[in-house]
Design a protein around this ligand. Sequence first.
Ligand code: BYC
Length: 312
Amino acid sequence: MDAINHEDRFEEKLTAGEFIEPKDWMPEIYRKHLIRQISQHAHSEVVGMLPEGNWITRAPSLRAKLVLLAKVQDEGGHGLYLYTAAESLGISRDELLDNLLTGKAKYSSIFNYPTLTWADIGAIGWLVDGAAIMNQVMLQRTSYGPYSRAMIRICKEESFHQRQGYEIMMRMAFGAPEQKAMAQDAMNRWWYPTLMMFGPPDRESPNSENAIKWRIKRETNDQLRQRFVNQTVRQAEYLGLTIPDAKLKWNEEKQGYDFSEPDWVEFKSVIQGNGPCNRDRLAARNKAHKEGAWVREAAAEYSKKTAAVNAA
Ligand code: BYC
């Protein structure tokens, strides 16, 4: 009887648009769904630091270096907020990290592609962060309180990241012909991987139905992908860059663009660990974790000593 009341209350809260908070009763399957999504999201932020971090020492000016440093540092912060939100569902940070480091957990497919030139840093900011925001704006109103609150702050920072990327693209696209060619090359390589970020098409998305039912996601993968294309076409036109899709065409009836789907076979291969950089990314994270052991030990020791001093 009690369990039924719990379930009713849970449903009532969802219907009323109220948040579910860590101490509230929730179905086990909802908790597991959230741990999966939030931890994958956290891992994406942390692994996402690698392709961009790769360019900090080679940024073309001191200003560009400062801005990129700040951006990469922000991504680390996003990872922390999200790991903390996941921990509030009853999983430990160690377990979460272990799942990433052993390759058990997924992170966004996009970060398994290499950053070959400085224009790629622009393309990541403009396209990748642009796609991330498109998805994350809806997550600000997700049903789990700690996730929603983390997303509000993350979205503010992501908007700055997106502008940083667009600024780099403007400099390149309106610069020398060689720079414009680099910008176009980056656009060609990042376009389809960016479209994959929204997840598989709705017809092949096993988690979407529950996610929508529980208001974890408020829009589907295909709806968000369509909105992203509609928004980005105009931005590309302004830059004078061509989206690498011969089928891209305005559709008056649906008031949106028709466009080619990404290669879903490639997507599956990347999320199964066989993208161009999957092995490098995991190796880099494992190396950083191992070499950072002394920092974790020192921080734990410091907090123990501080607690003892405060208790005395
Ligand atoms: N990459 O049923 P589906 C960022 C997996 S941006 C890898 O549709 P769901 C950043 C999916 O996990 C990126 N795996 O799932 C930006 C599922 O596998 P499991 C992070 C993917 O959850 C700039 C299976 O495919 N953003 O952080 O309903 C700089 C079937 O998919 C991907 C987020 O994580 C993918 N692209 O929808 C630094 C946002 N797509 O778990 C950092 C939060 C799907 O069943 N996440 N899969 O084994 C979401 O909104 C949703 O989880 C997704 C997928 C839209 C990504």
